[in-house]
Design a protein around this ligand. Structure first.
Ligand SMILES: [Zn+2]
Length: 52
C-alpha cells in the first residue's frame, strides 16, 4: 500500500517505529508526522484512485 502525504501530496510516507510496534508515519518530503491521507475504507466518495 502506498500512502500519500496530505501536506505535500507526495508519495513516500513510511511507518516509523520498531517492528511490531509502529507508532506513527513520517513523510520524508516535508518531515510531517501522521500526515498521510486517510485511505478510503469502502466508501466511493473520491474514487480517483484507479487502484484496482
Ligand atoms: Zn509531506
Amino acid at each position: 500500500m502506498t500512502m500519500i502525504c496530505s501536506q505535500c501530496n507526495q508519495y513516500g510516507i513510511r511507518w516509523m517505529g520498531m517492528w511490531g510496534n509502529l507508532t506513527h508515519t513520517e513523510c520524508p518530503n516535508c518531515g510531517g508526522e501522521n500526515c498521510q491521507r486517510e485511505d478510503k475504507d469502502d466508501g466511493d466518495e473520491d474514487a480517483e484512485d484507479g487502484d484496482d
